[in-house]
Design a protein around this ligand. Structure first.
Ligand code: C2E
Ligand code: MG
Ligand code: MG
Ligand code: MG
Length: 279
């Protein structure tokens, strides 16, 4: 690297860019293989009903142990998956795996488990035109009734696909599926989306929750988001709750659900099953 510094800035840039591109292509190759070879896993993070003080459900989160590099965070490989199109089969694999898992739990622990399964959907799913059909097929194949499922999308969907996205959301709701607006507050023109999207739940991004005890401004924002959502008939999940004090504040403001390390980290299926058994 030091030698390169003597050359033009352009070359320094180009060398860095080349390394980055190579890394991405390697990652894409490995990820494709991981999908083919079933090397991905789904973890489940408990979502806690703050009012009833009981388990409300889980968020399914993809996990990948890279054969050489070990555990790799989704925030690293989801972007690569989105840019390469691999996110379509990846999300669908996670969805089918998680729906199948909930079906297993229902057959083992009782068909009326009062649990909602949250699954993330990339905004890229909204471009292909067959999202609704593939989701319907997955429900059919696994046998999971739609009302057990809540799909998490981000407000980015409106920027990427301005026109069609609301129609797709409505079609998903026709399948009895609920919708959740993820990472709320990190995108743009959030408030207008909140009114126009047919969502059941809003997830307050963890960045707001983490600043709750330090910043008056964030306290006001979070409190306002909760009240506004409730006025619109939308319930609220706070993500990234790590401390008792954050939980206390959110409960005081009637936040409906909580998720975060304070309750539990994402767990493998066996760990999640323990939570269901405990109630
Ligand atoms: P997300 O959907 O907002 O998921 C919540 C993330 O916050 C998860 O990170 C979770 O492990 C983490 N988290 C939960 N509680 C806490 C806490 O108390 N403190 C902190 N600091 N973090 C907490 P994870 O699993 O690394 O996933 C990161 C993002 O990757 C997700 O954010 C989601 O956008 C994306 N992702 C994960 N799985 C999938 C998937 O199957 N499909 C798609 N399209 N995206 C996924
Ligand atoms: Mg999510
Ligand atoms: Mg989130
Ligand atoms: Mg988030």
């Amino acid at each position: 690297r030091a030698k390169v510094l003597g050359r033009s800035h352009y070359e320094v840039f180009a060398v860095g860019l080349h390394a980055e591109l190579t890394r991405r292509m390697d990652l894409e190759f490995d990820l494709r293989q991981a999908l083919d070879r079933n090397e991905l896993k789904v973890y489940y993070q408990p979502i806690w009903d703050l009012r009833l003080q009981q388990l409300a459900g889980f968020e399914a989160l993809v996990r990948w142990w890279h054969p050489q590099d070990g555990f790799m965070s989704p925030s690293e490989f989801v972007t690569v998956a989105e840019e390469s199109g691999l996110i379509i089969p990846l999300d669908q694999w996670v969805l089918e795996e998680a729906c199948g898992q909930l079906q297993l739990w229902r057959s083992k622990l009782g068909p009326d488990l009062p649990l909602i399964l949250n699954v993330n959907l990339s905004t890229k799913q909204f471009s292909g035109g067959n999202l609704v059909t593939s989701v319907a097929q997955i429900l059919e194949r696994t046998g999971l009734p739609g009302h057990y499922l809540k799909l998490e999308i981000t407000e980015r969907v409106a920027m990427d696909h301005e026109k069609g996205c609301i129609d797709i959301m409505l079609a998903l709701k026709e399948l009895d599926i609920q919708l959740s607006l993820d990472d709320f507050g990190t995108g743009y023109s959030s408030l207008s989306y909140l009114c126009s999207f047919p969502v059941d739940t809003l997830k307050i991004d963890y960045s707001f929750v983490s600043r709750l005890t330090q910043s008056d401004a964030d306290r006001i924002i979070v409190k306002t988001i909760i009240n506004l959502s409730h006025d619109l008939g939308i319930n609220v999940t706070a993500e990234g709750i790590e401390t008792q004090e954050q939980l206390r504040i959110l409960q005081q403001w009637n936040c409906d659900y909580g998720q975060g390390y304070f309750f539990s980290k994402p767990l493998d299926a066996a760990g999640a099953e323990q939570w269901i058994v405990k109630g």
